[in-house]
Write a protein that binds this ligand. Sequence first.
Ligand SMILES: [Fe+2]
Length: 296
Amino acid sequence: MLSNILSQPICVFHVGEFGKIAQDYLINIKSQFFDLTPDMYLLRQKQLEFLIENGQQKSNKTRMDDNCEFFSNYFAGDLDASCLNHLLNELDNKQLSAYKAIKPSRQRSIADFKLFCTPSEIQIERITKSGFQQQHALISSATKQRDWRICERHFTQADDLFVSEGLYHIIRGVANKILKCNPDIMSFDLAVHFTHITSTIDAISSNSPEGIHQDGMDYIVSALVVNRENALGSKSIIYGKDKTTPLLETTLMPGFGILQPDKDTDLWHCVEPIVPENTTVTACRSTIGFDFAISN
Ligand SMILES: [Fe+2]
């Protein structure tokens, strides 16, 4: 595999490296992902992108430039769905049916931590942050007009079931990989994202709706896969500076994750959509993402 010849810190790892407790954690936690809270931000993003794309043909009213604040307020959840009525009235019946077919495709929760690193140990403290924001996130796609991730989002706090010793073993294991390359780091802010995405043959979804992107974090585990059911696809791709030449392509199976540096690097990444293998059944993929921000 190409990852074997790439130097650290781009690293495809298996959770077994962090001990049996980490491996058991993934197995024991996987059923909990089905009960995560729907990501209403992503639903609203898809609705707005549909209206921008389809409304533009009829009227300048839906142009992003003219509606920036209005769209941001709806995305943030500060306006209810009735605020879109004047835009929905511009759609023809076929478009309206397509709009109504947009359903939540991702469930998620978040847990935030402070990590304190010494040569002998890594202390982990769970903290509560008011919101999650990716001020330094970037997208490469010329077709996307806006990166919604720059807005502050308030995700459901992860249930204590997700935050157990097994997770701490994984956090320490990944942090140690980073510290091996960068031993001067003394502390991190860490956001851990628990996500579950679903696809049907009529509504294919991906965990990177923003396309090829950077998350704007110092180091990321873009995905540690917990579970895949009836899922084809979801190839993870890391690109170089030109955002088109793949440096690494891999389809992660449960237990595997990718660690890479992100912010201020020439690395860009995405994950392809999941597609149902049996087209009559929903496909799903559960992952844990880690955003490490150095906070020395
Ligand atoms: Fe990402």
